[in-house]
Design a protein. Sequence first.
Length: 256
Amino acid sequence: MNSYKEKFEKMRSAGNLAARTLDMLTENVKPGISTDDIDKLGYEFIRDNGGFSAPLFYRGYKKSLCTSLNHVVCHGIPSDRILNEGDIVNIDVTAIIDDHHGDTSRMFCIGKTSVKANNLIDATYEAMMKAIKISKPNIKLGDIGYEIQSHVEEKGFSVVRDFCGHGVSTKFHEPPNILHYGKKGTGIKLSPGMTFTIEPMINIGKYETKLLADGWTAVTKDKSLSAQFEHTIGINENGYEIFTESVKGYHKPPYL
């Protein structure tokens, strides 16, 4: 029996709830809804399905999920901001079940979005999946970063440096850091039992970010659009397992 079998079972449960939360939100994310309403729906769904929302009260954060719109890179705080036609938004959900965390995010297009935005979203999703698909024992963390960076830079986009993926299990954030840029053959080796997120943040413009006065919201310095997708994965003897796969097959927009 694998020494990490029990851990993976718990990660599956938490990841499944986080994924189902995003699945549920999909039909509600449309023009006219506020990001606060999205937050409330997410909180209630996680609570009603036996989980806790990890971001709520984490380091003083007052909401249950993150909603990052347009040029917001990550950690956008839900508010009375209404979603409008043409917006793009990342919704980031982390559910806790049995002390284990499932952390995932997806991009959503509000109504008809620009070709540029759609290309950015596609490239970001593709980069995440390319990195996941090479994940297996004995590859190095730099290989993951290289897959993402080379894919998006070839398309003229840039990889955010100030934020990264992270180990996750009984703690929301734990070692190692998973950089989304890097050189092949560098960094620590992956080994069976490791659980972490891959969550590239990709910008249309330059990669520099700045933090707003609220202490949470990170935006692109040049106000260009940013996109992100995130999965929590585990490394097993043969390769990887995605714990946060959509139950309804919602991988990237358009979903419905």
